[in-house]
Ligand binder design. Structure first.
Ligand code: DAS
Length: 361
């Protein structure tokens, strides 16, 4: 396994967390029935010829933080990963660029979480694969090679922050979502444009598109937590529980009370249309809000914008009920942002609404 020399910081750090990109199936012709996260990061790199040539001799470092299928990802895994990344990014030993290999099932959530809690001082790109490393048609080596090229090019362009690199494009952490359960062009953006792409072999970044949003918004909070904790790592920070309420025909509003009974301090409605819901669901969420629970109206629709006060009756509007509209963020990202707002002791819905509005095309 390559590692950086002690005298100089790595140009490129590649972190392994598991996923299909590290998966092994029973036969090379099979892309199903594989064990995700079976291969350590060093062995994955061996399948990417030319990778070490991207950086000077001895300037490629690796670390296996954990190795799981990403459907098993948890807030504790996020905090552990954020703690390791912060350790690498602190001081003058920071790598020029970081690539994280990750399962695709929760990649969009991990990317958004990391974009909020890491300082946007270096490019951090997450990538994965839709086919296992053992497959004849493996897409992991190409995705990993591209992610490394994009990350190093971002550093040269002075771009920092967390992004997703997949299928030859770089996507925004606040807009990326898994659009297809099977195809290798598995990721798209809910809004805005990709921030980088390949022109033949040349990584082309659009700095203006890569700036803005909420990159590093909670980095100080996370750092303060790390500094304050006896263990000295981000693992001591806990993420306040926030639940998602799925709206559908005959959805039972009792879900709201149950989630509250499970300790949720915030709720996100994955509503129909522009975050709409029937009266019984609205009454249940309004009651939760009156009891001090923050409420966000998001949509179950894959793309589009959820604005404030779109109900016909003013008394059903966000102003009247003190709800937050998710804007361009989907329900899963709204949940993550609300968790960190709660961790930062933000309780004013209007203040939180302003943060949601900063995630836009
Ligand atoms: N095994 C799933 C995961 O770890 C799928 C994948 O990686 O593509 O997310």
């Amino acid at each position: 396994m390559p590692s950086s020399s002690a005298s100089s910081p790595p140009s490129l750090l590649i972190i392994g967390t598991g996923g299909t990109i590290a998966g092994v199936a029973p036969s090379a012709g099979s892309t199903a029935g594989y064990q995700a996260g079976a291969l350590p990061i060093g062995q994955i790199l061996d399948s990417v010829p030319g990778l070490s040539a991207l950086v000077p001799e001895g300037r490629l470092a690796t670390e296996q933080v954990f190795s799981i299928p990403s459907e098993q990802m948890s807030g504790a895994h996020w905090l552990q990963l954020a703690g390791r990344l912060r350790a690498w990014l602190s001081g003058d030993e920071a790598p020029d660029a970081i690539v994280i290999t990750h399962g695709t099932d929760t990649l969009e959530e991990t990317a958004f979480f990391l974009s909020l809690v890491l300082p946007a001082t270096r490019p951090v790109l997450l990538t994965g694969a839709m086919r296992p490393a053992s497959a004849l048609s493996a897409d992991g080596p190409g995705n990993l090679y591209d992610a490394c090229r994009f990350a190093l090019a971002a550093r040269q362009a002075g771009i920092g922050g967390v992004f997703v690199s997949f299928g030859g494009r770089v996507l925004r952490a606040d807009a990326v979502y898994k659009q297809h359960a099977n195809r290798t062009d598995a990721f798209a953006q809910r809004f805005g444009q990709p921030v980088a792409w390949l022109e033949v072999d040349r990584p082309c970044w659009q700095p203006a598109l890569a700036a803005g949003g909420l990159q590093g918004q909670f980095a100080t909070l996370a750092l303060a937590h790390t500094a304050a904790s006896a263990e000295g790592d981000a693992a001591s920070m806990t993420l306040p529980p926030v639940g998602i309420v799925p709206q559908h025909v005959d959805a039972d509003p009792a879900m709201v009370a149950w989630l509250r009974s499970r300790g949720c301090q915030g709720l996100v409605l994955a509503g129909t249309g522009v975050g709409t819901m029937p009266a019984p669901m609205r009454a249940a969420l309004a009651q939760a809000r009156q009891a001090g629970c923050l409420v966000v109206r998001a949509s179950r629709v894959p793309e589009g914008y959820v604005g404030r006060n779109t109900e016909a009756r003013p008394e059903d509007g966000d102003d009247a009920l003190d709800f937050i509209a998710s804007g361009w963020l989907d329900a899963r990202k709204a949940r993550i942002l609300l968790q960190l707002c709660l961790a930062a002791k933000m309780g004013n819905a209007r203040e939180i609404q302003a943060l949601f509005e900063r995630c836009s095309p």
